[in-house]
Design a protein around this ligand. Structure first.
Ligand code: GRG
Length: 296
């Protein structure tokens, strides 16, 4: 399967849906809505929404019915990038190849655009009830998944650990805890939400969940590796920022070679979780391979 073409097709679906679901840029106050759209429309791989849609299809559902939730995951991811770039966090001027939100607008607008995207995301998840065949029970389960992954047990808690760990000698336990919460939680939730909306049975749900966990952890380890050996133009953001901030990263604890080996082992494990599925899991298999090989 041509994974680049597949991701591009998923991105086009998601971007069209986001354009429909977001308030128009001229809605009062325009600066806020333009900042939300500026960061969302800056591109990105759209990996989280693709995982929602592909996990839904893998579980036997119609991916179109999961589009609002797919958009919600992208809104949460984009909010985390906007806030992460603020001077009080990682202080990055460049994101997705463009000035970061607070550079293009200002800090207060960036803070509020992030808040608004997070809040909108839960509205989109609730709005998923309007889609063909989606039940209130599924929407409640998806809401709980998203809240846990984005909140203190997941991304926000992981970000706090990450900030507290800056400048400290990193340990294997700390770096794993940060990665599982800061990045893995949302990627795993994307897969689990798609599985729920696709009507996965218990065994399918567990298999997809394991896939999401291993893919998510590998994703962050590869991100750490790219921060050392990646190409700034391809990444659309500066490299070397983790080292500059003395961050707890996988290579800082385990070295580059071991990090590459472990990312490969995690992807192999993620692929094994899909063994019980047939052709319907092809996009997820291709996405797992992509996560290991990506250069951006
Ligand atoms: C501020 C609440 C809060 C959380 C921040 C996820 C996160 C926590 C910060 C993002 C910064 C960062 C570099 C995280 C590491 C991995 C990661 C999520 C990279 C960006 O994701 P991609 O590569 O980005 O999927 P695109 O632009 O392709 O969507």
């Amino acid at each position: 399967m041509d994974v680049a073409a597949h991701l591009a097709a998923r991105a086009a679906e998601v971007e069209a849906a986001l354009d429909r679901l977001l308030p128009p840029g001229e809605t009062s106050p325009p600066q806020l809505h333009q900042a939300m759209r500026y960061s969302l429309e800056a591109g990105g791989k759209r990996l989280r929404p693709a995982l929602v849609l592909d996990a839904c299809a893998c579980a036997g559902g119609d991916p179109d019915t999961a589009l609002p939730t797919a958009c919600a995951l992208e809104c949460i991811h984009t909010y985390s990038l906007i806030h992460d770039d603020l001077p009080c966090m990682d202080d990055d001027d460049l994101r997705r190849g463009r000035p970061s939100c607070h550079k293009q607008f200002d800090e207060a607008t960036a803070l509020l655009a992030g808040d608004a995207l997070l809040t909108l995301a839960f509205g989109l998840v609730a709005g998923n009830l309007g889609e063909d065949g989606v039940t209130a029970g599924q929407v409640v389960r998806v809401t709980a998944e998203v809240a846990e992954a984005a909140g203190t047990p997941g991304m926000v808690g992981g970000q706090m650990l990450d900030l507290l760990g800056e400048g400290q000698p990193p340990t294997a336990e700390l770096v794993e805890a940060i990665h599982l919460r800061k990045t893995t939680a949302l990627l795993r939730a994307a897969v689990r939400c798609g599985a729920i909306l696709g009507g996965a049975g218990d065994a399918e749900f567990e298999a997809l969940s394991a896939y999401g966990r291993n893919l998510g952890l590998a994703f962050q380890i590869v991100d750490d590796i790219l921060d050392i050996v990646g190409d700034e133009a391809a990444l659309g953001k500066p490299v070397g920022s983790d080292v500059g901030l003395a961050k707890a990263t996988w290579p800082a604890v385990h070295g580059l070679d071991e990090s590459r080996r472990y990312a490969h082992a995690l992807i192999a494990e993620a692929q094994r979780s899909l063994d019980g599925f047939g052709a319907e899991a092809e996009p997820l298999r291709a996405l797992a391979a992509f996560v290991e090989e990506r250069q951006s």
